[in-house]
Design a protein around this ligand. Structure first.
Ligand code: SF4
Ligand code: SF4
Length: 148
């Protein structure tokens, strides 16, 4: 009769002094694995210009038809090359995080990021646009959607 109690207390006390394997999420977060494919990131080059040249290959490669973009000629008002994506959107409920967009990009403008906190309160936030995806200029605050 008393033996199960002793075994139970022994097990409990044994775990009380072990290092916890859980973390205090969301205050504490574990780093994602290197191959984790989270929310995409649109890159800038070393001069701060948008790398995307709006070739559309990522949209063609996307098996979920999740990418929509509009190309434009740069009149000098945008921190980008001569041709850039005036609109670049990824529909997050369509995206299956396969990474084909990253593989298809000839100029390494898009990468699968590490962000996994993708819940939103409104259906309007189901689409990531450039404000959400483009890495900020050095010294700029990070866009809210990539901060999550
Ligand atoms: S990760 Fe895959 S599904 Fe998502 S946008 Fe890129 S190509 Fe499309
Ligand atoms: S992200 Fe890359 S593949 Fe997609 S439109 Fe821009 S340059 Fe082309």
């Amino acid at each position: 009769m008393i033996r199960p109690w002793i075994v139970g207390f022994k097990t409990t006390f044994g775990h009380m002094f072990k290092k916890p394997i859980t973390v205090n999420y969301p205050d504490e977060k574990v780093p994602m694995f290197p191959k984790w494919r989270g929310k995409q990131v649109l890159m800038r080059d070393e001069n701060g210009l948008e790398k995307c040249v709006a070739c559309g290959l990522c949209a063609v490669a996307c098996p979920a038809d999740a990418i929509y973009l509009e190309a434009a000629e740069n009149d000098g008002s945008v921190m980008a090359g001569p041709r850039y994506a005036r609109t670049y959107q990824i529909h997050k409920t369509r995206c299956i995080f396969c990474g084909y967009c990253e593989e298809a990009c000839p100029v390494s403008a898009i990468f699968m990021g590490k962000d996994y906190e993708l819940a939103v309160y409104s259906k309007d936030d189901f689409v990531w646009d450039k404000d959400d995806l483009l890495v900020p200029m050095a010294g700029q605050a990070q866009p809210q959607a990539t901060r999550k």
